[in-house]
Design a binder for this molecule. Structure first.
Ligand SMILES: [Zn+2]
Length: 408
């Protein structure tokens, strides 16, 4: 199936390349298309547009995921800043507590001095005995004990507070680590999503160019097909015929374009740059196969006899059309001709044999080369070898030996 399709595609491209060189570009695209009609081309276009819409959606989704991850990082950064503030606050509190502990410790130590009777310190005794009454004495003893108790309680509280704040710091450090891990994960996600996005962009561009090509292809075939359902292969024949007509009303190809056994020299494989059209008597009218301008009229007795070269633009491309072995020449150099003009009559037979030594009977040698041979235009050249090298197969002729009875 695929092999067949490839075969058909290849044949079609080959035919097109040979028939209408001016339209190679859209048909190069045809190779990628499996469509047989404009309608099918349009179906393919719709599918491409669906693919494009899907790819656009995926792009949007990926972009929103990237944005979400950026938001996550920003939030985590904010949280981190908050935590750092809390850590600082905890540290400040710890410092404050430590200072207070120091103060209380000093105060307590001072108080304790009153108890240290054994060391000969008698401030406590002095303080106690300094009481003016027993009641005051009891109060003083109680006060010292209370202050001492109070301080011990306070020290315990401060110690507990420091531990609490230290625990908080550990907790905050863990939270910060978690946030950093979150930020790292989001950054990794962004990097991967950006990779996906760039791949999607490439896919999207590819679909875009396919859509452009498909549109060009549809436009091209709409110009040459009668309907959306006409097989494209038929449209192509119409296109070739619209640019080229046969130079003779009836006839048959007696010698094909391409390599052949030379009828004069017998060489096994000489290149024949034209189709030879037989089946017409000498003097039969020869029409211009294309609209164009007569570029040159030459006479070469060694081979070719009277020859007319016409410059034509067909499907936007420059060609030189050669009519050789003619009996009479009905046009002048510089004259514009249309496909309705009789430009010459068939020779190559008995009437021309005395000056045209390479013809084996009445026929028209009808050759086509790309560019303008014998000067003229940007494509102009004057080398005969280039003219032969630029030769393309004349279009619209039936197989060798098959008669036709219409120029169109
Ligand atoms: Zn020939």
């Amino acid at each position: 199936m695929i092999k067949n399709m490839l075969k058909i595609s290849f044949r079609l491209i080959l035919i097109i390349c040979l028939l209408i060189p001016g339209t190679i570009d859209p048909l190069a695209v045809y190779a990628a298309s499996k469509a047989n009609t404009i309608a099918e081309l349009k179906e393919e276009l719709n599918k491409l547009k669906q693919e494009k819409a899907q790819s656009d959606n995926e792009k949007e989704l990926t972009q929103s995921q990237i944005n979400q991850n950026i938001q996550n990082i920003q939030n985590a950064d904010k949280e981190k800043a908050q935590i750092q503030e809390e850590v600082t606050a905890a540290q400040n509190k710890i410092t404050e507590c430590e200072k207070e502990i120091e103060e209380v410790t000093v105060e307590t130590q001072e108080l304790l001095k009153y108890y240290q009777l054994t060391q000969g310190e008698n401030q406590y005794i002095e303080y106690i005995t300094g009481a003016s009454s027993t009641t005051e004495l009891i109060m003083r003893i109680a006060a010292v004990e209370q202050i001492s108790d109070y301080n011990q309680k306070k020290l315990k509280e401060l110690d507990a507070l420091i531990i609490e704040k230290q625990n908080l710091q550990v907790e905050l450090a863990e939270k910060e680590k978690e946030l950093e891990a979150k930020i790292d994960a989001s950054a990794a996600a962004i990097s991967s999503l950006k990779g996906q996005l760039s791949a999607l962009n490439e896919v999207n561009e590819d679909i875009d160019s396919q859509i452009n090509n498909q549109n060009a292809l549809i436009k091209y075939y709409e110009g040459i097909c009668d309907s959306d359902t006409q097989p494209l292969s038929e449209c192509v024949k119409v296109a070739s015929n619209s640019g080229w007509t046969k130079p003779l009303v009836k006839g048959k190809v007696t010698s094909n374009w391409g390599y052949r056994v030379d009828p004069i020299t017998g060489a096994a494989s000489s290149f024949h740059n034209a189709v030879d059209i037989g089946g017409n008597a000498e003097g039969t009218p020869i029409y211009s196969g294309t609209n164009g301008t007569v570029a040159a009229i030459t006479r070469k007795s060694s081979c070719g006899g009277n020859m007319i070269y016409i410059h034509s633009e067909v499907n936007g491309k420059a060609y030189t059309i050669q009519y050789a072995h003619v009996l009479t020449v009905n046009v002048k150099v510089g004259q514009t001709v249309t496909i309705n003009d009789v430009i010459a009559t068939v020779g190559g037979g008995a009437q021309t044999s005395y000056y045209d030594r390479c013809s084996t009977g009445a026929h028209l040698h009808y050759g086509i080369s790309t560019g303008y041979y014998l000067g003229g235009g940007a494509d102009g050249y004057s080398s005969w070898s280039k003219f032969v090298a630029s030769s393309v197969k004349p279009v619209g002729f039936p197989a060798k030996g098959v008669w036709w009875y219409s120029r169109f």
